[in-house]
Design a protein around this ligand. Sequence first.
Ligand SMILES: *Cc1c(COP(=O)(O)O)cnc(C)c1O
Length: 369
Amino acid sequence: MVKFNDLKAVNALHGEEITEAVARVAASGWYLHGSETAAFEAEYTDYIGTKHCVGVGNGLDALTLILRAMLELGRIEPGDEVLVPANTFIATVLAITENGLKPVLVEPDPLTLQIDGGRLEAAVTPRTRVLMLVHLYGRCAMTPQIEAFLREHPEISLVEDNAQAHGCKYQQARRTGSLGLAAGHSFYPGKNLGALGDGGAVTTDDAELADMVRSLGNYGSSRKYVFDHVGRNSRLDEIQAAVLRVKLRHIDADNARRAEIAYLYYEGLGGLCGIPDDCAGGNVYHLFPVLSERRDALQEQLRKRGVETMIHYPIPPHLQACYRSEPWARVSLPITERLALQELSLPMHAAMSEEEACFVVDCLGGLRS
Ligand SMILES: *Cc1c(COP(=O)(O)O)cnc(C)c1O
């Protein structure tokens, strides 16, 4: 049996430290807005390489509050357009629509599966104000072409969805999450930096934006019982922050293990992978997608041999029932739609063994011949 992700084993890698952290907070009598959250925010700021970090309740809140803060600060207006990859998790798009902004879905490059920088210019209108870059599957979506596009469009702010890419680097130097105006991070348990429940954060160099996100996540208040904005409640709690401090100390080692598994997959699978990568760059392999025209048969074959796989994602946002009546969703996106039929994610986590990876390769090789 090879599990797709094994949270029990992943957290057992740092079990004693995690247990100590939880016990410390439990005994402290202080559970929200405390020293653990402040310490994690400072440590995560250092790690990502931004000036500010604000802990929030989850990844969707992080993205939603960034755009909400931009609206409150008058930097964008309702109805403005946000360029976003068409092949992303629904939360990226929800953050846009929840704020009364318009998603403009951009097809991915079929080779990298990341947003196609060559299609951005044609998607720009006088209302385009934000590019939401999703580092999908733990791979860096930024490219020199996208950098040039942003330079030519100073009216477009870069916001990153870094929910799948903690530790990922652009050109082996700057970390994703520090490349634009602000970034949203998720600490959902299955992510590369996962808590024992929900958690999220916003990173940014912009002090005004950071303050606004903090206020909006605190009922719209920056002074107790004074409310300047119509806010909400979205906070990272002390137990999650304490656990995340432990896991942040080990994230580079955990990501290195993922890269070793990815390398074994690349070596063993060769052309079947479809997505070129030398495993020597800055990617962090949150997921390991392969593409196949016989995806469903492949998944069944693996299941029969005890290998769990998942599909990311079977229905793209523009085809979801929730957006049925939205004009922006009535578009034809053949690359995204084909991807939804062909993508299969192989087992990938920081506690995976080489034997398990080789077994998966063996199962796939058998099907190919
Ligand atoms: C997980 C995820 C989110 C949302 O994070 P939550 O903490 O689950 O709200 C957003 N975007 C992407 C790409 C994700 O994978």
